[in-house]
Design a protein around this ligand. Structure first.
Ligand code: M6R
Length: 607
């Protein structure tokens, strides 16, 4: 969850680290720090708060051509200056930043205390610096490797020694690490967003790999000291994609990008002649795809909801049983991995540890797991047996928005392919493709209603509780709407099947609890309308998201948000837009930190 960055070169290390940390801030933002070296001294500046607070702590004249930085999401130990990274050894000669969790830190700490080492923080990470210091005899890389041999848990670390202003040592296990190669400068970071302003040439690391950099060179090996060759890759993301581009918040920008990000997920992947989709990255022959009897998706949070939408469509259109499971639960319940089941790990970041470990469990049991991810080069796509990239561009707001619709798009393409290999006719395939290609215009229309949604947010943001209700393929959209609202506005919200409310949740209806209904014009519409009436009969407030021109719904609900009419399979796209905008504007109304809500982080790399 934390972000780490390291720099070795000719620029002011402080400036590179602070700007890198700013771009990594979405990974964790409760405290931050940097350590700077120039061959004579090692200076560490750290504080609770955000990168802007750290900036105020770092003196203008802070010098150094080498350094490391960290932005924290606290796991072990409270949010304090002392618990912030970097951590230094007792002699203040070595500094280290760590992302991950050292699971066996207690016995290591006791051992080190027994040997006379003094601990000053409450963190698990502090054992690393004392271990490195214990093993250091003039060779930092060797000391880091010896220290890591004793460690159980996850880490992405960067360390440097005061006496060597031209050397950083990085290593990873379970937490990401990437090297950026510049001209007379090198960078290390948790992800490419910290490097893209300086270089596009990168090397991604696997678990148990170690890298040592100077400003002009780097060497890679594994923890067992075997040299390894790594491929240099090019980053496709542009710096501008990581800027707010005139919007007040990334979340709003990313919501509005969906009319472009959705087509990016399907472009080049549609075969009109055969009325199907072609996904080269699956690494599967048609014969292997034909053998698939079941599909299972593992995911977390918003990705889980996107998986639920896609699963319903897969079952109804491709006639393949498809289920979705929370990755965190899947991994620990000794799951049955079946031979003819195809697994998907669905994750925007490609780093979510629950999803990654669920995928590893599937693979360990001999299952085939494909990745559907947005971040190119992230761990899930690299370790999966094939997959699909979303090409949504960077999603920086902690609340996931554009990734949701792109994930559904990517899985719909797979569904189309599977359906065309089974029952779906050419006409059916072409109808689906036509509806898919009309989506960008429909999404633009849905986005055009933002002033009205902003006005509704002003009216409703004062209510402490919300129910989000939908049915069929829009039930997962209701779950996602509730997640979005609670995540960014801190209003308590629950998502339910509209049919379920009479089994309990209707007891919550009172003057403080509005219900937001998703009323698609599909086979379940009349049932949903009955559920709305049940709420109105109990004096509950109702906001409805309905298809344009639906007067019946307008006659029942207190307020209506209209969305364009689309093929029923595509309602989750147009219906999720108003829910995202509603959450955003409620959060603004309540003065929340929209892009970095409290207690959260974008990339959840701890269990
Ligand atoms: O990167 P992932 O898609 O694997 O992330 C999964 C969840 O952590 C993520 O969707 C989270 O729920 C978002 N904050 C929701 O907006």
């Amino acid at each position: 969850m934390c972000g780490i960055v390291g720099y070795c070169g000719y620029r002011s290390a402080a400036e590179v680290l602070l700007s890198g940390l700013k771009r990594l801030e979405y990974r964790g933002y409760d405290s931050a720090g940097i350590g700077l070296g120039d061959g004579k001294s090692l200076d560490v500046y750290k504080t609770k708060g955000k990168i802007k607070d750290l900036r105020e702590h770092v003196p203008q004249e802070a010098s150094g051509i080498i350094g490391i930085g960290h932005t924290r999401w606290a796991t072990h130990g409270g949010v304090t200056d002392i618990n912030a990274h970097p951590h230094m050894d007792t002699d203040k000669k070595i500094a280290v930043v760590h992302n991950g969790i050292i699971e066996n830190y207690m016995p290591l700490k006791e051992m080190l205390i027994g040997e006379g080492y003094k601990f000053i923080s409450e963190t698990d990470s502090e054992v690393l610096i004392h271990l490195i210091s214990k093993f250091y005899t003039g060779d930092l890389e060797k000391a880091v490797k010896e220290a890591l041999m004793l460690v159980k848990g996850t880490y992405g670390i960067i360390a440097f020694h005061k006496d060597n202003p031209d050397q950083l040592v990085g290593a990873r296990n379970g937490s990401p690490l990437v090297l950026g190669i510049g001209e007379d400068e090198m960078f290390l970071a948790s992800d490419v967003s910290a490097l893209v302003a300086y270089t596009k040439r990168v090397v991604y690391f696997e678990d148990h790999e170690v890298v040592t950099i100077s400003k002009t060179d780097y060497s890679t090996s594994n923890i067992d000291n075997e040299a390894i060759n790594k491929e240099v890759e090019n980053i496709s993301w542009e710096l501008e994609e990581m800027e707010k581009g005139g919007y007040d918040f990334f979340m709003l920008k990313e919501i509005h990008e969906q009319s472009q990000s959705v087509p990016r997920a399907y472009q080049g992947r549609i075969d009109e002649e055969m009325a199907t989709a072609k996904l080269g990255g699956l690494n599967m022959t048609s014969r292997e795809l034909l053998d698939v009897e079941r599909v299972k998706i593992v995911a977390a949070g918003t990705s889980y909801h996107a998986g639920l939408v896609a699963a319903l469509q897969m079952e109804s259109m491709a006639r393949i049983p498809c289920s979705v499971e929370l990755a965190s639960e899947f991994r620990y319940r000794n799951p049955v991995v079946e031979k003819n089941t195809l697994y998907f790990a669905l994750s925007q970041s490609g780093e979510t540890i629950d999803t990654l470990y669920a995928m590893r469990e599937i693979q360990r049991k001999g299952g085939r797991c494909l990745g559907v991810c947005n971040v190119v080069g992230s761990t899930i796509p690299r370790e999966s047996d094939g997959g699909v990239y979303l090409h949504s561009g960077p999603e920086i707001a902690v609340a996931s928005t554009k990734a949701f619709t792109s994930q559904i798009t990517a899985l719909y393409l797979f569904t189309l392919n599977m359906a065309r290999m089974r029952d779906l006719s050419t006409e059916g395939g072409l109808r689906f493709i036509k509806a898919l290609k009309e989506l960008p215009i429909q999404l633009e229309k849905a986005l055009g209603d933002s002033e009205h949604i902003q006005a509704l947010a002003k009216k409703y943001a004062k209510y402490p509780h919300f129910l989000f209700l939908g049915r069929g393929i829009n039930y997962p959209v209701a779950l996602e709407g509730a997640l979005k609202l609670k995540e960014v506005s801190y209003i308590h919200a629950e998502g339910y099947s509209a049919a379920e409310i009479k089994h309990g949740p209707i007891a919550l209806i009172n003057e403080e609890t509005p219900s937001l209904f998703l009323v698609a014009d599909d086979h379940l519409k009349e049932k949903v309308i009955s559920n709305m009436k049940e709420i109105k009969a109990r004096d509950g407030m109702v906001i409805a998201v309905a298809v344009e021109g639906d007067k019946e719904v307008a006659g029942i609900a207190d307020d209506v948000i209209y969305v364009p009419r689309v093929d029923p399979a595509f309602n989750p796209f147009v219906m999720s837009i108003p829910l995202q905008l509603f959450s955003y504007y409620c959060a603004i109304e309540l003065g929340r930190d929209v892009d970095q809500p409290r207690n959260l982080a974008k990339s959840v790399t701890v269990e």
